[in-house]
Write a protein that binds this ligand. Sequence first.
Ligand SMILES: Cc1cc2nc3c(=O)[nH]c(=O)nc-3n(C[C@H](O)[C@H](O)[C@H](O)COP(=O)(O)OP(=O)(O)OC[C@H]3O[C@@H](n4cnc5c(N)ncnc54)[C@H](O)[C@@H]3O)c2cc1C
Length: 379
Amino acid sequence: MKNKKIIIIGGGVIGLGLGWQLAKAGTSVSIYERDEAGRAASWAAAGMLAPLAEAHTEEPELLKLGCQSLARYPQWVAELEADAGMPIGYRMEGTLIVGLEPDDTHQLRHLYTSQQNLGLDVEWLTGRAARAIEPALSPRLTAAIRCESDHQVDNRLMVKALQRAYQKCGGALHENNAVEAIHIENGIATGIKTLAGEKHNGDVIVLSAGCESAQIQGLPDDLRPPVRPVKGQMLALQMEAGITVKNVIRTVRARYPTSVYLVPRTDGRLIVGATSEEMGFDTRLTAGGMFELLRGAWEAVPGVYELPLLETWTGLRPGSRDNAPILGETPVESLIYATGHYRNGILLTPITAYEIAKLILTGETSETIVRFRLERFLR
Ligand SMILES: Cc1cc2nc3c(=O)[nH]c(=O)nc-3n(C[C@H](O)[C@H](O)[C@H](O)COP(=O)(O)OP(=O)(O)OC[C@H]3O[C@@H](n4cnc5c(N)ncnc54)[C@H](O)[C@@H]3O)c2cc1C
């Protein structure tokens, strides 16, 4: 496989992460990216690595995959920081999920019971105990759950590091070069055609175009990955002396439409997110979205009222039909999917990159990803 040519469509964390692993293994890799690499969902994300806080009883396989990916993060960070020669802001302080009134406490209890039933390592805290850990939290706090093993990474630094490591290892990056179609001949993917009209042959084609993965032409309709955009609005504040947090804070708000999270970065930024909206490819910020985020952040950490507002943005999560990623072989020979990572793509980058690289290099799909193939939607 080392002499073969791999083409990756889309240069987000998934395409770059996979490309880096393949280039490092000595294969010839080309990434075709419509815009600037890593500036779509991978740039917009909050960088939480939070399988425990995100645990849903109805998604046990996804939880397992998330935990497996989180377990590989220390190795991933060490390898990437060494190859790229830069830090990526990996932090291990953990997550506090907080409630602010009795209805929230009921919801927190329900979540805590589910987490315990799933055997997760979580701790119930009184409001007072949570405030002892994070003094900036509101005195109104009724209770909290501590998920110590949920971590975070600075996803924008990770994007930059991945791009650098990929290119250092010899990977070719073609930015501002959108792919229009995948060429399929007799059931085998043989290459791509760019929007500029160029044709490129490849021995393996990987589709990792995030929320636009279903828009690429040339795929039979029934084999298009069922991925749609799910809009998230975000903002960043500048932390100041006396108004700082160290842990990731997530709210549970039983009576409001939007729960929020606050993610402290090492450079002093405090990321506040996120709405979750089914608005197609609409990326406009709205007054309502910003209002919900600011209200939620202010209720949990009242001091944010004083903080300078640095930035606002939106991003589109690549959501699959069952919220889990679509990974691995497809019924078209030599066509591989690595898409649909929805709200967990930063968390799932290491496992996706390591496992899909292994599949391409050895031809074998590991137990870890076998149940995430497109096949599950075709039955
Ligand atoms: C607001 C928000 C908050 C999030 N928070 C978190 C979080 O805290 N933790 C977490 O784990 N995940 C989070 N996510 C999810 C995570 O960001 C995504 O799952 C992940 O970035 C997906 O990576 P990707 O490479 O598949 O997609 P993208 O980063 O979207 O990359 C896809 C790339 O494909 C390119 N492309 C599209 N069409 C074409 C084409 N025709 N030809 C060539 N290139 C093309 C795009 O330009 C883009 O650069 C969040 C997402 C959002 C939007």
